[in-house]
Design a protein around this ligand. Structure first.
Ligand code: ADP
Ligand code: MG
Length: 728
């Protein structure tokens, strides 16, 4: 039956043509931001004073007078209704890592007459009563109501669909007691923290002009595209986003013929439409190309302020999924959809910028800019070394465990790649501050005296193996998973760098009186780099030697999500989050709890799905084949021909292995159902899943993948890797 569907799918896919474009081709300039209520639209529709207030809120982080809400709401509604919107929604990012919305229409009745109504109150605050979102225990159900609050720093936008249009208002989501229930609130707080600390440091270094600093991010998104007909024949993909079974194809990615190869017309049509959609939403997507694995692609935007690029990355993932469906394709954002084939990540390019137009990680040409760059670089190096464990937490989830350290993505050890030129500068700074230089061949670097050598903007892949690489004027955090929201990595990055800047500033202030500013900076930089340069590693992060070397250096190696999550609330971490008003203890603890819960849920769903597929689809295929084989062996015996006894024996052995693995997995599941879930806490529960359920699933898979290679191809119910990855 199913094999028939598999054949039919291949037949039908081979006939598919690229979807023609929806309308007339449009000018990119007209298209970009068309569905966004941005500064230009505000300027056109708001009184001058209201516009100025909003602008300084958005551009310079100043507080907004709530009295303006009615004006903004009415202008926003008018603009949206002109564009065909009938509904509005507060668009928010709960701790599921997805986005959420609840639509209300603009419709109102007054004295029996219809009005289109949208008040300032509705703009500013919504009550989605969203009691089913994970809160990690922050809300008991009797007080489950949370509210959403408008985030004026991210512009409202219109989502169009076949049946209408909805005005989406980016919001934060909080409990009535003020705790953050989402990923946006702490991100906004962390941007404020970085602003405070960076401005303090710049003032200390003598920059009086800067008023505001914000982090910038460009998130490169990797994904797989497969045909939707194959997707619908794979219950594992539908339930878990990854294939739980599948023998390796004879040809994988060994030939490397896909990377940057030409893009097929059907895929190109999909890319074209998704880019158009994203441009309309103001998402500045810029590049697209094939990735290393077959059927894998990447889309990358131009960088923006972090809060905006985080919203835009969420929109990018949504749009990719939706547009793929229209093209008869399915977009897989999972970190590891196919075993043995490269997985997907999301490179989080990160830097800091000032309202005066300076990129704080841009190495300068003059002694002053040199000093500024070196101080901010030192702060980042110190932050990453001190909080490598937190950075590891920020990318910890079940799916990412398949990638990290698997010779395709950076290892779970967090280190920094600087490149030879910048590394020499760091070594020079360490040597330069330490009195008479004993080694005449060693170049020293003195701030205010020496200038920086030119640093190459790294456009190559030579730092591919590093989780945190300097690429000329920004850092690239490369261990982030493809499916995850980039909010947590950025919340942590902003906070640890803010903390580090504060520490350095305090030390410089202490020495400034005796040593002068330059002397104080030189000393603090030298001491800090000497202490923290152990986190710098410019070699091959995939190598076994690096694991040994990292252990010698005392760098943490938290191999799995379960090992990492606990560091969220390790000694000193919560105090730091509290110091910068990013997360309270209660909030941090609840988030850690949500992470353990999500881990357990993900593995439990996989286990259930694997057991179901093995017993209801794969074993029956084995039985059918066994019967056919027995018949032909019998016929062969009667006619005196050579028998297929060896094939039958292997089939029986494999089926026995499956039965045994299935039995073990089901016994574990039954035990977990009986056990009290809270016994031993989140860590213990997650650890049991990692050490019990995952190995049991792996044995089941091994046996089933062996079966796939034995059973008559006609009878196999699941589309095979060689089909999913190469037929489109
Ligand atoms: P490559 O890494 O291939 O050299 P780019 O340097 O153009 O490519 O950048 C890759 C990503 O980094 C893009 O999304 C880009 O917008 C982003 N990026 C560039 N500069 C910054 C910056 N100052 N802050 C954050 N992201 C940046
Ligand atoms: Mg990159």
């Amino acid at each position: 039956m199913s094999s028939h569907s598999r054949r039919a799918a291949i037949q039908s896919i081979s006939q598919k043509q690229p979807l023609p474009p929806g309308g007339e081709p449009e000018n990119l300039e007209d298209l970009f931001g068309r569905n966004v209520f941005g500064l230009q639209q505000m300027r056109a529709r708001l009184p001058e004073s209201a516009y100025r207030a909003l602008e300084s809120c958005i551009e310079r982080g100043q507080e907004l007078d709530p009295g303006l809400a009615d004006l903004v709401a009415s202008a926003m509604k008018e603009w949206a209704v002109e564009r065909g919107a009938t509904h509005f929604t507060h668009w928010f990012q709960p701790m599921t890592g997805l986005t959420a919305e609840k639509h209300d229409s603009f419709l109102d009745l007054e004295n029996g007459k219809i009005l289109l109504h949208f008040s300032g109150k509705q703009l500013i605050k919504g009550e989605p009563d969203a009691s089913s979102f994970p809160s990690g225990g922050l809300r008991a159900t009797f007080e489950a109501r949370g509210y959403t609050a408008w985030d004026p720093t991210s512009p409202a936008f219109i989502r169009e669909n076949a049946s209408g249009a909805t005005l989406c208002i980016p919001t934060a989501f909080c409990s009535w007691t003020g705790e953050a229930l989402d990923k946006k609130t702490p991100l906004l707080r962390s941007c404020e923290a970085l602003n405070r600390s960076a401005v303090r440091m710049l003032k200390l270094l003598g920059d009086e002009k800067v008023g505001f600093v914000y982090p910038t991010v460009g998130a490169e998104q990797e994904y797989f595209l497969i045909d939707r007909e194959f997707y619908l024949l794979r219950p594992d993909l539908i339930a878990t986003g990854r294939t739980l079974f599948g023998a390796r194809p004879p040809k994988g990615q060994e030939l490397e013929d896909h990377y940057f190869g030409s893009i097929s017309p059907r895929i190109l049509a999909f890319m074209h439409e998704s880019e158009n959609e994203l441009w309309k939403l103001g998402v500045p997507v810029k590049t697209r190309h094939n990735e290393v694995a077959p059927s894998q692609f990447e889309i990358a935007p131009i960088f923006e302020r972090t809060t905006l690029s985080t919203d835009h990355n969420m929109l990018t993932m949504e749009v990719l999924r939706q547009v793929a469906q229209r093209h008869g394709l399915h977009c897989l954002l999972h970190e590891k959809p196919f075993a043995g084939i490269n997985g997907s990540g999301k490179h989080n390019n990160w830097s800091m910028a000032t309202d005066t137009g300076i990129n704080l990680l841009d190495p300068g040409q003059t002694p002053e800019t040199n000093m500024r760059f070196v101080v901010f670089l030192t702060a980042v190096i110190r932050a990453i070394d001190t909080h490598a464990d937190l950075l590891r937490v920020s990318i910890a989830h079940a799916a990412n465990d398949h990638r990290l350290g698997a010779n395709e993505a950076p290892p779970a050890i967090i280190s920094i790649y600087l490149g030879d030129e910048l590394n020499a500068v760091v070594e020079g700074l360490v040597a330069g501050g330490s009195g008479p230089n004993r080694d005449p061949n060693r170049k020293t670097m003195r701030l205010g005296v020496n200038t920086m050598p030119p640093l190459p903007r790294d456009a190559t892949d030579r730092n591919r193996t590093s989780p945190f690489a300097f690429t000329g004027n920004k850092f690239e955090f490369r261990a982030v998973g493809s499916s995850q929201s980039i909010s947590r990595p950025n919340i942590f990055l902003n906070t640890i760098v803010a903390d580090s800047l504060d520490q350095l500033a305090a030390e410089i202030e202490k020495l400034e009186g005796s040593a002068g500013l330059e002397g104080a900076v030189q000393q603090v930089v030298q001491q800090t780099l000497a202490k923290h340069k152990r986190v710098i590693f410019n070699g091959n992060g995939y190598s076994a030697e690096w694991h040994a070397e990292a252990a010698r250096r005392g760098l943490p190696n938290l191999r799995t999500a379960v090992d990492a999550i606990g560091a969220y609330t390790a000694p000193g971490k919560v105090e730091m989050f509290e110091r910068h008003r990013v997360l309270s203890r209660k909030e941090a603890e609840s988030r850690q709890h949500v992470m353990y819960e999500a881990y357990v849920k993900a593995i439990a769903i996989e286990a259930q799905s694997a057991a179901g597929i093995a017993s209801s689809m794969l074993l029956p295929a084995a039985t059918t084949y066994q019967r056919q084989l027995a018949e032909s062996i019998e016929a062969a015996r009667r006619s005196g021909a050579k028998s297929l006894a060896r094939q039958e024996r292997r089939l029986q052995e494999t089926a026995d292995r499956i039965e045994a693995a299935l039995g073990a997995l089901e016994a574990l599941q039954a035990a977990f159902e009986k056990a009290d879930h809270h016994e031993g806490g989140g860590f213990e529960h997650a650890r049991q899943f990692r050490d019990g359920v995952i190995p049991a699933m792996n044995s089941l898979r091994d046996a089933c993948d062996a079966l796939e290679l034995l059973v008559d191809d006609e009878l196999w119910p699941l589309p095979k890797y060689r089909e999913i990855l190469f037929v489109h």
